[in-house]
Design a protein. Structure first.
Length: 130
């Protein structure tokens, strides 16, 4: 059987499961189901969930609102990983409960850096009068 793949090389199934997990985690964090003072006082966006090909591990990319207290929020998420894994396993039906690893999403920072580079005088003169 041939697996459907996206241009990035990841299968559609991996993307679909990752998106389901992203929605579940976002819902848990939005509702305040995690009894943690740090997570209760911060709005956290789950920007992406990348699954390993065997669906046993998930890297969860998160960004606190306005990027405030990023390390503190990551520590709180890592402290509550067991609870979050149980809740995700209960809500997303998979053969195995995926192990969650939380990482800060740096894509917003990278996008800002690229935007700043494009606005520099040297690059602007190369782009012309567009």
């Amino acid at each position: 059987m041939r697996t459907a793949e996206t241009p990035e090389g990841r299968s559609v199934r991996l993307l679909r499961v990752g998106e389901q997990m992203r929605h579940v985690l976002s819902d848990i964090l939005t509702r305040g189901d995690v009894h943690d003072d740090t997570l209760a006082s911060h709005l956290v966006s789950v920007t992406e969930v990348r699954m390993t090909p065997d669906l046993r591990h998930a890297i969860v990319f998160v960004k606190p609102l306005l990027g405030q207290d990023e390390e503190v929020v990551l520590k709180a998420l890592r402290t509550n990983t067991a609870y979050l894994q149980r809740e995700v396993a209960r809500r997303v039906s998979l053969k195995y409960a995926a192990k969650l690893r939380f990482r800060a999403d740096e894509s917003f920072d990278e996008g800002g850096r690229i935007d700043a580079l494009l606005r520099t005088k040297h690059v602007a003169q190369d782009l012309g009068e567009e």
